[in-house]
Design a protein around this ligand. Structure first.
Ligand code: FAD
Ligand code: UDP
Length: 374
């Protein structure tokens, strides 16, 4: 029986943070395992044969308002500042996303755009973000018209494709990630810090794991080794329902398929991400050379097809949050509390639709909780 002090399941961002803290702050050995053949989990990137850095699991832009998180990661990477612009392909033309005052002028005749602009600013104030589901509850006729337009052209079909359910059935927090913006700011995010690791995410994670006290074993599923290994602490960043062998039932997840294609042209689209809410089976196309401003004659895109998650066939990317799934998750979380020394974290362990900064923040908080008092 192999004995380890700390076992971390998952070499994604959450696993890397907790391993790094334990090794560097407690000077304790850590074994990190992952069932994939690479570290970094879903933020993995690598060089394509063209020389372009490709985000294998979809576009990843680091953004946060939290200086603590920014400073923490800055110890492991330098940054390429990057402000994401997104377009949506609607009625055979590109419009700006999030839907903002500029989008009004792209979508409507001038007289109508001006009227809607004035109403939005009077009602909410300049610079305010309004979730579409809130705008839909507006009584004013013009604003109601605008809400319905945005809902039908941008949100309804995209959400049906992405989640398999309509925005009405979706958790409002998820819909509010992309609000209507009463401003002329075309940025997709509004955080103080927005950037991509200058040498890529994989290198950043490798730097976090680069400590003589940390060993990493890839192509190693937890279920293969769990009966042959003893640990004092376990940090599990895989799916919590899988850990408990689905004893209360399966938590719902959505999956994606990424078709990566090389195109023999300098640029394929006007910005890094284009959303296709309507008409196609895919939801978005990402053009990777934009992220690090790589100047190369050809280009690489990935086309994102949402899919039902099927165990053993594809990856669980997004927890699907609704009252029933949250209740099922709480059942597993209560079971987890009965296991002292075992901690669940990350997008899958915590069953949370979290961005990278939230994953880092939760892992740092967990470390503070387990850190022995001096
Ligand atoms: P993961 O990256 O999923 O890592 C978990 C790891 O555990 C995986 O490597 C998996 O192989 C391994 N594992 C699971 N079970 C087992 C097991 N039983 N045995 C061994 N290994 C196991 N966030 C942003 O901030 N900005 C963005 O622009 C952004 N874009 C995104 C786009 C997409 C398409 C997706 C899906 C997510 C995006 N995110 C973004 C979120 C970001 O990917 C997550 O916050 C982050 O990857 C969470 O890291 P994690 O370590 O918790 O999970
Ligand atoms: N959304 C949409 N149309 C869009 C963009 C987003 O309907 O053009 C909805 C959709 O339900 C999506 C959610 O808003 O899942 C959050 O979008 P975000 O861009 O944050 O998704 P992520 O990058 O996390 O996949």
């Amino acid at each position: 029986m192999e004995k380890v002090k700390n076992l971390v399941v998952g070499a994604g961002l959450s696993g890397a943070v907790i391993a790094e803290r334990i090794a560097s702050q407690l000077q304790e050995p850590v074994l990190v395992i992952d069932r994939r053949e690479h570290v970094a989990g879903n933020i993995y990137d690598s060089k394509h044969s063209t020389g372009i850095t490709v985000h294998r699991y979809g576009p990843h832009i680091f953004h946060t308002d939290n200086k603590r998180i920014w400073d923490y990661l800055s110890a492991f990477t330098s940054w390429h500042y990057f402000f994401l612009k997104v377009h949506a392909w609607v009625d055979n033309r590109y419009v700006t996303l999030p839907f903002n005052l500029n989008t009004l002028h792209q979508a409507f005749p001038e007289y109508l755009a001006l009227r809607l602009e004035e109403k939005l600013v009077n009602e909410y104030g300049y610079g305010v973000q309004v979730p579409v589901m809130k705008l839909l509850r507006q009584k004013d006729e013009d604003l109601q018209f605008l809400a319905r337009y945005a809902y039908e052209k941008i949100f309804e079909q995209y959400t049906l494709k992405q989640w398999g359910i309509s925005p009405q059935e979706m958790n409002e927090e998820v819909m509010a990630r992309v609000p209507i913006s009463v401003s002329r700011d075309d940025g997709y995010f509004h955080d103080k810090y927005q950037a991509i690791p200058a040498q890529g995410y994989t290198r950043m994670v490798e730097n976090m794991l680069h400590n003589p006290l940390i060993s990493v074993r890839l192509k190693t599923p937890f279920e293969k080794i769990k009966n042959d290994i003893e640990y004092q602490r376990l940090f599990y960043t895989g799916s919590i329902d899988e850990f408990f062998d689905y004893k209360f039932g399966e938590l719902p997840y959505r999956s994606l398929r990424f078709d990566i294609e090389q195109k023999n042209m300098e640029y394929y689209q006007p910005s890094a991400v284009t959303n296709y809410p309507n008409n196609f089976d895919f939801t978005r196309i990402c053009e990777h050379k934009y992220f690090l401003n790589e100047k190369i004659a050809s280009t690489v895109i990935s086309v994102e097809f949402p899919q039902e998650f099927k165990r053993g066939e594809n990856e669980p990317y997004y927890p699907v949050s609704h009252p029933a799934s949250e209740a099922l998750y709480r059942q597993y979380a209560r079971e987890a509390e009965k296991l002292p020394g075992t901690h669940f974290l990350g997008r899958l362990g915590g069953y949370k639709y979290c961005n990278m900064d939230q994953a880092v923040s939760a892992a740092l908080d967990l470390f503070e909780k387990i850190r022995p008092a001096d």
